[in-house]
Design a protein around this ligand. Sequence first.
Ligand code: ZN
Length: 494
Amino acid sequence: MRKEYLPTIGLEIHIELKTRSKMFCSCKNDSQEKEPNVNICPVCLGHPGTLPVVNKEAVRKVIKTGIALNCKIAPWSFFERKNYFYPDLPKGYQISQYQKPLCENGFLIIFGKKIRIRRIHLEEDTARLVHPQGADYSLLDFNRAGIPLMELVTEPDMVSAQEAKKFAQELQLILRYLDVSNADMEKGQMRVEANISLSQKLKVKSKEWGTKVEIKNLNSFRAVERAIEYEIERQKEILDSGGEVIQETKGWDDKRAKTITQRIKEEAHDYRYFPEPDLPPLEIDTYYLEEIKQEVPELPQEKRIRFLQEYGIAETKIETLISNKELTEYFEKSSSELIRWVQDKNLKDKKGKLLEMLANYLIGDGIGLLKGKPLKEKLYPITPENFAEFITIIEEKNLTSRMAKILLEQMFKTSKDPSDILKEKELVQVSDETEIQKLAERIIQDNPKPVKDFQSGKENAIQFLVGQMMKITKGKVNPDKAREILIKLLKGSK
Ligand SMILES: [Zn+2]
């Protein structure tokens, strides 16, 4: 019989903070700089005799994150040296925090479940090691050395790959809302490590946990999910065949879709942490803390709840809207304009429908207009007010989706008011029935084959005829109306 196991998953997440300068020197903080070794100085190169100075902004951003994640903020804290040798660490130690992290005992709720956060601390990033393919040497780029790095450690409260992925996604969103980091995983601004162990369900009560394996190099949400799923299966197979899981650090190979052993077992005491003598302790007074609290904006979860109550649009749409800070801001501005239009134009009973339409257009066509450009630039030519007016015009003039699209494109190109474009472009819908009938007669005459198909029972042939109608009128006819009239004529002349 196959035994039942309960996975236990904890995450350690490193986040590069968005600050102007590095953690302990005034070099530029730019991890994406392509030219190697340009943002460097004696401090971040670890030259003897240099002294570090704490970056105030980095401390502030860690505390801000801690507040947003319901942590207790330490009234005082200090830095320590984490000693180990590696070529990317010129001092022979990394300045980090061990005994007194800035933030502790927080939580984040995902899928309605509380995931506890053990700690968030501040440290410095290491240099980047580059291994040119086929070469028997490695290269070092110190642009990244000394960039402020925040490390967040969760309790092992997750039980599936999906939960871990969701946690990382929600955290990324919060970090972006707080503007503490761009947290782009592909760019290495947010790096996830997962600790995974399996326990036999029967033994969970007696707290007999399995041996944990750590997986590094998870640089996409997909990698987080796949690597954890893979590791759970791997450990299951070992345990089922009577083997023993060994404590080790593994890397995730995305191409081969497997985890690979990197090193076996290491403990905190291996690093010989000791207080950094060159930096004074940090004291966080209550005024300072209050000030940062005021800077924490409305967070994604609060937004979800408020959007649902205020706008009543579908939850999946809310999710898309709030997944992007700029899009959310645009939607909020535009929807308050829309509500104003709705009142002015006496469309009150259509409020819900129009808000839904606004969300649809923003998520669909609004974003699709200019591919590959950041959203701010994309929507910039259209003011939120004009976007709101555009929605009311669709409703009032009963525009077809094709006409609406043309109108939106023109608004985008010219930044003009939609009502002005409408007048200029004569984007007026053909609604006169006799006119539509005339057009329909012409189309029937010009397309004998589809007409015959339709009359011999191939009902789909009507699509082609409606399409023709849209084509010659440049989308100015309501397709439902066109279909109705075409069918009437075809059935009548049978
Ligand atoms: Zn420097």
